[in-house]
Design a protein around this ligand. Structure first.
Ligand code: ADP
Length: 668
């Protein structure tokens, strides 16, 4: 076994590899860029060496520099993780030339799988089923089109050198072919400097099912079952599970055999993944082979009880495979949810920022969190915005899914926008619970994944309003000895009168005014909440983040996480992001309504809610501003109209700046 292992990577995968190396008594060396000087992977390793500036091409992708560090520190092996240099044949060759073991397959296997079209030719010879299509050298557009016409539309154009979904175009009819080919070639040329194209039959309802294979240097190979990675955005995985729902033993055997044939065809050694598309009729087709450890390998570890990094290290140091096929079995079900800094409401655009609060769920036998960041770290533009992988295990898919939802509701991140709410909705929605998996899952079930419809809002808004009033009540605690004394209350309590207050809640794209009336106090406190034209009778209890509500006789539990951009409410079915708009600087002084509307402090205009010239009621919200990370509503002091807004949404404004011109209704 090795004495010292250098990990040519960063983030969660570097940390995960270090853990296994430590368990095996192997010393570890990390490399880091200037941006990562204080990163978790640097702190966890026994030694760490700076290899250059923040951009990956100047640091983590500097193959020769990594080799130089390995020589200098006396590392006898390099683990490349995934991404970066992991599938770089040149780097693998450099390791060989310098007598350092590359923890991965031989150079030849990386090269063979480097081109999707060459890989398909090899697989065809080995008798592995392929997606019908053309993968030859002949790139004459007329020939490519002829293949597409013969195959029948839709087809998929794919860059042979492609990765990360780039250089891919769906073509739905003959007339679109040429334009799509031109676009895919342009993208492939600019991303990979290679515009060799494949034409494939586009499967409209496939699942992405991949097989984990492992081979040693003694001619033996096993497969560690499958993973279903169908839930993808932009052809990129976001939730994975093992085993694949609905998989029969016979199909598993067939796919496993095909994957091992693929590995054998290229003289494989180490961990590899053979990706297949599984069609509705049970046919499966080879897509590509990834010659490295996959991001989603933990779900396989959870159901097989094996440590795949340990297997990699043993195989790389010429040991035999730790288990035979007969000794491997599937136990239970596992999910991996990728927690990303990204905005699902904005086409999953990556987000950046400082992780002011990072509070993952507590780890246990059932819950595992693979992360590479600490609270206070920056999610920067330089690297992948994945914050962590949340992995759960249980005896059955249903139980594992419930665990996943619970763990997601306990995952608290502040400072960057994350996809946690989206993942929660995914884990809870019926189509996912029913395992109706296809690679178009997100597009097909948009309605269930994003709170958009009135039905969802009807059930969520009263809970949100109830939380806000209970939270306010909590903040104004009764300090007197007498729990029933009204004199110490600071919650708008009125004698002989039901107090009505308006709670204004903003969501992604709308603002709602809810009227809340309170009566009674202590255990008898009841709220009547008017929302979207309906009245609800509500009671609630708030203990920290845990909210118990009773709405029209229906008792349920929810969790509300308060963060710097508002609140995330997790009910048993849905996650919902909202914010409260405080009516704190609208003009309330009757005599002052022509004085102008000025910004109370530096901030940003969030939204203009009325049109210039439109008649408005007294108290109607005209504009929303964000300042000090809080939203503030600007309301009309009397009936009238806005004649002009001086700023647009997104504009920065200085404190004291005049925001709009208001003309009061002459009849008032
Ligand atoms: P990349 O290497 O760019 O990630 P892949 O070949 O691995 O590209 O494909 C990525 C995803 O694109 C797959 O997981 C699948 O969702 C979709 N895909 C690829 N080929 C096809 C096809 N022939 N028909 C339908 N979907 C496909």
């Amino acid at each position: 076994m090795f004495n010292k292992l250098l990990i040519a990577n960063r983030g969660e995968i570097c940390c995960r590899i270090i853990k296994t190396a430590q368990k095996m008594g192997i010393a570890t060396v990390a490399v880091f860029s200037d941006a990562d000087a204080n990163a978790l992977h640097v702190k966890m390793a026994d030694e760490a060496v700076n290899i250059g500036p923040a951009p990956s091409r100047d640091s983590y992708l500097q193959a020769q520099r990594v080799i130089d560090v390995a020589i200098k520190v006396g590392a006898d092996a390099i683990h490349p993780g995934y991404g970066f240099l992991s599938e770089n044949a040149e780097f693998c060759r450099l390791c060989e030339q310098n007598n350092i073991v590359f923890v991965g397959p031989p150079v030849g296997a990386i090269e063979a799988m480097g081109s999707k079209s060459a890989a398909k030719q090899i697989m065809e010879k080995a008798g592995v089923p392929l997606v019908p299509g053309h993968h030859g050298e002949d790139q004459d557009p007329a020939i490519l089109k002829k293949h597409a016409d013969e195959m029948g539309y839709p087809v998929l154009l794919k860059a042979a050198a492609g990765g990360g979904g780039k250089g891919m175009r769906q073509v739905w009819s003959e007339t679109e072919f040429q334009a799509a080919l031109d676009a895919a070639k342009r993208e492939a040329l600019s991303s990979f400097n290679d515009d060799l194209m494949l034409v494939e039959k586009y499967l409209t309802q496939p699942r992405h099912v991949e097989i984990q294979v492992f081979c040693d240097n003694h001619g033996k190979g096993v497969f560690l079952f499958e993973r279903d990675c169908s839930v993808q955005r932009r052809h990129q995985k976001v939730m994975e599970e093992a085993p694949a729902p609905g998989m029969t033993e016979a199909l598993r055997e067939q796919m496993g055999d095909a994957a091992l044939k693929a590995a054998a065809a290229i003289g494989y050694s180490g961990a590899g993944t053979v990706e297949f598309l599984l069609d509705v009729d049970g046919s499966f087709y080879f897509m590509e082979m990834n010659t490295r450890l996959q991001v989603e390998h933990p779900v396989t570890e959870m159901i097989s009880g094996q440590d795949l990094v340990e297997w990699q290290l043993r195989v790389a140091s010429n040991e035999h495979l730790p288990k035979t096929q007969d000794q491997l079995s599937i136990n239970g079900h596992a999910f991996e949810a990728r927690v990303y800094a990204e905005d699902p409401d904005n086409d999953f655009l990556p987000a950046t920022g400082t992780l002011h609060l990072l509070q993952p769920p507590i780890e246990s036998q059932n819950v595992r969190v693979d992360t590479g960041v600490n609270q206070g770290d920056e999610v920067s533009v330089y690297y992948d915005p994945m914050i962590a992988k949340l992995i759960v295990w249980d005896e059955s898919r249903d139980k594992a899914l419930s665990r996943l939802a619970k763990a997601l509701s306990e995952y608290h991140v502040e400072g960057v926008t994350t996809n946690i709410d989206f993942l929660y909705n995914l884990a809870n929605c019926k189509p996912f619970r029913d395992a109706q998996l296809t690679t178009n899952f997100i597009e097909q079930h948009n309605e269930s994944l994003f709170v958009e419809n009135e039905q969802d809002l009807k059930s969520l808004l009263p809970v949100a309003a109830l939380y806000l009033v209970l939270e306010k009540d909590k903040a104004s605690t009764n300090t007197s000895q007498d729990a029933y004394s009204p004199w110490q209350l600071n919650n708008n309590w009125r004698a002989n009168e039901q107090h009505a207050e308006t709670v204004t809640i903003s969501t992604k794209d709308a603002v709602f005014d809810l009227i809340v009336r309170q009566s009674g106090h202590g255990n008898n406190q009841t709220f009547s909440i008017e929302s979207l034209g309906q009245k609800y009778s509500c009671q609630g209890e708030l203990e920290g983040e845990n909210l118990t509500v009773n709405i029209d006789g229906h008792r349920s539990r929810a969790t509300v996480v308060k963060h710097d951009k508002g609140y995330s409410l997790f009910t048993s079915e849905l996650a919902f992001k909202f914010n409260q708009i405080k009516p704190d600087f609208g003009l309330t002084d009757e005599d002052d309504h022509n004085a102008g509307f000025t910004a109370p402090m530096n901030g940003t205009v969030v939204a203009l809610l009325v049109e210039p010239g439109q008649a408005v009621e007294k108290g109607q919200t005209l504009m929303i501003m964000e300042a000090m990370k809080m939203e503030h509503a600007l309301t009309a002091s009397s009936p009238g109209k806005v004649t002009e807004f001086f700023y647009q949404a997104g504009d920065l404004v200085d404190g004291g700046a005049e925001l709009l011109e208001f003309e009061e209704d002459e009849n008032t």
